[in-house]
Each structure stands twice: as C-alpha cells, then as structure tokens.
Design a protein around this ligand. Structure first.
Ligand code: DC
Length: 222
C-alpha cells in the first residue's frame, strides 16, 4: 500500500488540506486526531479528570473504537455510536490533548492506525504518523504555520459554528496545546528526519493543497 503521513500542529490547515489532497489523489483520508478526541469525549462523559492518567487508563477497557469511511467521509464509531459530530468543541480539544499524553492511550490506538494503513492507500494525518505510526510511509510531510495564523483560522471556524469564543481565548488554547503536544515525553509533535516541511502561514488552503499534491506527485503517479 502507498501511505502518506501528514503531521503538524492544530490549525495549520492540516485536516482541510489533507482531505482535499486525498480526494484529488484518490486516497482514503484518515484523521487520527478524531480517535484521541473520541477518547477525550468518553472521559468527559464519564466525569473523569482528563489530566489524571490513572483514571484515563482505567477507562480504556470500556472503549471500542473503529473508523468507517462513507462517501469519502470518515466517521468515528465509539461503542457503536457515531460520535463524529460531538468531538469538535474546545472542551473536547483540550481533553483530547490531555489523553493523548498517556502512553497507554497511544498504544491502544497504534494498531488500529497501522491496520488501516496496511489495508488502504491512505493519507493519514496526525502528530506522530511519520515518527511512530508509519515510519515506512513513502511520503512524509510536516504542515505548519505560525501560532497567530493558526489561532485566527480556528477562531473563524468556531465562530462559523456558532461557538462563543474570543480570538484571545483561541490563541491561548493554541499555545497551550502546542506546548503540551510538543513537550510530552511520548511521541512529541515534531517532524521526522525525512519530513518535507510546508509552512502555510502565507498560503491559502488551495495553495497549501497544491503544495502537498506536488510533493506527492514527484514520487507517485496514480
Ligand atoms: O488533530 P486534532 O486537533 O483533531 O487532534 C486532537 C488532539 O489529539 C491534539 O491535541 C493532539 C492529539 N493527537 C495526537 O497526539 N496524535 C495524533 N496522531 C493526532 C492527534
């Protein structure tokens, strides 16, 4: 199978760019953040303290996760429930970042991600896809942008969804999550040695998508 790994911080346009590039290339798009978000949602619903690793580990036995692709759109199924529409709030973003620091959570999700990549030509987006999950991916891209640009993009996205937030809150959140994601001991957010770095700060989504596609086309012609 041909696997493309796209890693990078939140708000770099990763999911939009990855989804569009996958569609144009005829690859399945896999958004691995949704898996961490689903576990975050489960923990919040269970009333657990998401910063308490011990509590999170105890919950894992009660979680069954799978990904279903329908008409090119990924759905996250947790214990039989499609939770895709419930995992995009700021609360669940923070919970996802918390649970993603727990080594047992990362181990819990490892095989699921590798199985999908072994069975499909796919473009997988996350934080540690090139470094940990798919070290043999044929193409590795690190998509990034400045914290301010990323916060502005996320802020506009949340406003559009009717969320009641300020730009300052979103920027704070972005900085906090960046710090957490890149300083955790296990699988911290960083480019692999072979990753091509794409900085989208001054690029539109279309330009970013084009940049990704042209990197892929150099190695792969479908
Ligand atoms: O990409 P996202 O914003 O949906 O990710 C949610 C959280 O999950 C984010 O804080 C980082 C974490 N995550 C991770 O640790 N590893 C991944 N492969 C994907 C996401």
């Amino acid at each position: 199978m041909f696997n493309i790994a796209i890693d990078g911080p939140s708000g770099a346009g990763k999911s939009t760019v990855a989804r569009a590039a996958a569609k144009q290339l005829g690859f399945i798009y896999v958004d691995t953040g949704a898996l961490y978000r689903a576990i975050g949602l489960f923990a919040v619903r269970a009333g657990a303290d998401t910063k308490d690793a011990g509590q999170i580990v105890q919950l894992l036995d009660g979680i069954e996760l799978s990904l279903k692709i329908e008409d090119g759109t990924q759905h996250v199924i947790m214990n039989g429930e499609d939770v895709s529409g419930l995992i995009r709030t700021p609360e669940i973003s923070m919970a996802a970042s918390d649970v993603s620091k727990v080594p047992e959570v990362r181990t819990f999700l490892l095989q699921l991600q590798r199985d999908i990549a072994a069975q499909n030509d796919c473009l997988m987006d996350g934080r540690d896809i090139a470094t940990v999950i798919l070290p043999d991916a044929q193409i590795k891209i690190f998509l990034t942008a400045s914290a301010e640009v990323r916060a502005k993009r996320r802020y506009l996205e949340l406003l559009e969804k009717g969320e009641n937030v300020t730009y300052g809150e979103v920027l704070d959140d972005v900085n906090k999550r960046d710090y957490q994601d890149s300083h955790r001991e296990i699988a911290p957010l960083k480019p692999s040695e072979q990753s091509v770095i794409v900085d989208t700060s001054d690029m539109s989504l279309e330009q970013s998508t084009e940049a990704v596609i042209s990197i892929v086309r150099e190695k792969y012609n479908k």
